[in-house]
Design a protein around this ligand. Structure first.
Ligand SMILES: [Mg+2]
Length: 441
């Protein structure tokens, strides 16, 4: 029996529900629904005009309905009157294929047919900036190597503590908070979970960090590269596959502690990485972060080539511990659902085709890349990743031609809008267009 939201509202004193969904560009959209209407909305969903969002629809299309998943309910710790719900989109009595949450659930179904579940954890980096977006918020945060700077971290204690307290209350298992490698940059970590739970939490985390930062007179941005000389916002993901309580990625007999299945999965991710940049690095600004020159701190901490390694942060895939790997390609603008769905689709391809990732590399890829001229490079521009994406038969098969074509069409419209005003050059300053369109990603 699905949870009864009307009853839960009564017992938890929830007065309003945010029935929310994320569109193809990762924008979080909602209706605020009073509790008196939640029983009907739980059954039939909240109505939206699809064309008004990034979902390749027309103004003539029928109403789209967001049907909330009661298991995703989060009572806002900072405003207990409100309950947040993630939803799946429906139209004309069918799930909307291009609804990112529906896309992820389809990949989860495919994996479950192999009796496997993907678990993942995400590391969402963000900057605290001035409300007008022109600079970092803390004028004292000027060290050239500011990573783990205790004073800069503690100057933001009130906000960081409030966010972490929320995660404790929500039982996400938060375990550390730090100042990251760029001035003004922070990261907060919580426990990994099944991919759908992580995607919902990732979506909510961004909303929570932005909302609480505003409350403190600040602005939080997950923009991939808000300042050209500073390290960008990554969104690394740690991945493992499970059968019940058994980690199917774990093999203690292997040098890195990974099973054959894990190497095949990882091989599938490497094989499709350039195309998947369209999901993992979905904004024009994303391409200032990957393939980037070293920053003021000495390293960009982002990948440029498609390679894997043991415990070494200069490669796209790192194996930090037995039984999981870390994919370091994604940035703060990646859509939480497409991030998980993309990893899963590529991994499934790897499993089905027994893809061999080849030998790992142990070099410092930031300095020694010239020694590996045959390694595939990551795309330099959104245009390049979209082109690879459009030609990738595996991903078209995984998600369906229509969904991929819609995504590419909408992204090309975005590129057109950019090209009318600007031209992309990594060596020049971040454009006004990028700031206006990416600061709140
Ligand atoms: Mg980090």
């Amino acid at each position: 029996m699905a949870k009864n939201l009307a009853q839960i509202a009564k017992s938890k004193k929830i007065k309003y529900f945010l029935i929310s969904f994320v569109d193809l560009f990762g924008v979080l959209r909602s209706k605020l629904v009073p509790t008196r209407a939640i029983a009907e909305m739980q059954k039939n969903g909240a109505g939206f005009a699809g064309f008004a969002t990034w979902l390749d629809m027309t103004p003539a299309d029928a109403d789209m309905f967001a049907i909330p998943d009661p298991d995703s309910l989060i009572q806002l710790p900072w405003n207990k009157e409100v309950g947040w719900l993630a939803s799946d989109l429906w139209m004309n009595g069918k799930p909307v294929d291009a609804s990112p949450r529906v896309m992820l659930k389809k990949q989860i179904d495919k994996l479950s047919k192999k009796n496997l579940t993907m678990k993942s954890g995400v590391e969402c980096e963000y900057f605290l900036i001035s409300p007008d977006g022109s600079s970092i918020a803390d004028p004292k945060d000027i060290q050239s190597k500011p990573c783990y700077d205790q004073s800069a971290l503690m100057r933001r204690y009130d906000l960081i503590k409030e966010i972490c307290d929320c995660m404790i209350e929500l039982e996400w298992g938060p375990y550390q908070n730090d100042h990251e490698d760029a001035n003004g940059q922070f990261e907060m970590n919580w426990d990994y979970s099944e991919s759908l739970v992580t995607a919902d939490r990732h979506t909510f985390f961004k909303f929570m960090v932005k909302s609480l930062s505003e409350k403190h007179g600040l602005r939080a941005t997950f923009m991939p590269k808000p300042f050209e000389n500073l390290t960008g916002n990554g969104c690394h993901a740690h991945i493992s596959l499970w059968n019940g309580k058994i980690n199917k990625f774990l093999d203690n007999g292997d040098r890195f502690g990974l099973s054959r299945l894990a190497y095949n999965f990882l091989g599938g991710v490497m094989h499709n990485a350039s195309s998947l940049s369209a999901f993992f690095n979905p904004t024009i600004n994303s391409y200032r972060r990957i393939n980037a020159p070293p920053t003021k701190s000495g390293a960009s901490w982002s990948p440029s080539s498609i390679s894997y390694t043991g415990n070494n942060r200069t490669h796209m895939i790192r194996i930090p511990d037995p039984g999981r790997f870390e994919l370091r390609l994604m940035d703060g603008s990646s859509n939480p659902y497409l991030l998980q769905a993309g990893v899963m689709a590529a991994g499934l391809y790897g499993i089905n085709n027994k893809t061999d990732p080849g030998e790992p590399l142990s070099c410092n890829m930031y300095t020694d890349y010239r020694n590996y001229p045959n390694l595939s490079k990551l795309p330099d521009h959104l245009e390049d990743s979209l082109e690879e994406f459009g030609n990738n038969k595996n991903l078209k098969e995984a998600f369906g031609d229509d969904v991929i074509n819609s995504y590419i069409k909408l992204k090309n419209q975005e590129l057109d809008s950019f090209d009318k005003e600007e031209s992309f050059d990594k060596r020049s300053s971040i454009t006004e267009w990028e700031k206006i369109n990416t600061l709140d990603c």
